[in-house]
Design a protein around this ligand. Structure first.
Ligand SMILES: [Zn+2]
Length: 152
């Protein structure tokens, strides 16, 4: 898979401390393992990588890198501990590429600097994998900054 990164996006990556090689490796890992989200109505994928203290996501089409975002909060699991039946539609626009299940919009517990809070996640109910959308990641960044300020 040969993915193009526009100069504009590459500059954004650099500004945010992401390395092009790391992002390409993250995508390569997702492509070989199949562990990623795939849009239900298109060719866009979201791959996830990084470590406990920084989860990095890459959004890409088969030909181009579209976005990269990250959060420091560590997702520890489903809020409430397990997936219970609910009476509203929680199907997201994404499916798990590994098992084919539709990813569900469910709250997950996220922990950072000793504080654990629920937040909206994308969950594969079969693989028990958790993802975060770019919009939520932006909100998390603000929450992380507030917690860091409190600690400082
Ligand atoms: Zn799955």
């Amino acid at each position: 898979m040969d993915i193009t990164i526009t100069e504009e996006l590459n500059n954004t990556l650099k500004d945010n401390g992401f390395k092009e090689a790391e992002i390409k490796e993250l995508i390569a890992n997702a492509e070989s393992s199949g562990q990623k989200l795939k849009a239900r109505d298109g060719d866009i994928s979201i791959a996830k990588g990084g470590a406990d203290n920084l989860t990095v996501y890459a959004v890409y089409s088969p030909s181009e890198l579209l976005d990269v975002y990250a959060h420091k909060m560590n997702i520890i699991g489903l809020t409430g501990g397990e997936l219970n039946e609910i009476d509203y539609d929680d199907a997201s626009n994404w499916a798990c590429a590994k098992c084919g299940e539709i990813a569900l919009e469910r709250n997950v517990d996220m922990t950072y600097m000793g504080v654990t809070r629920p937040g909206p996640g994308l969950v594969c109910p079969k693989c028990n994998e958790f993802y975060v959308s770019d919009g939520v990641a932006r909100t998390l960044k603000t929450a992380e900054a507030i917690l860091e300020e409190k600690r400082a």
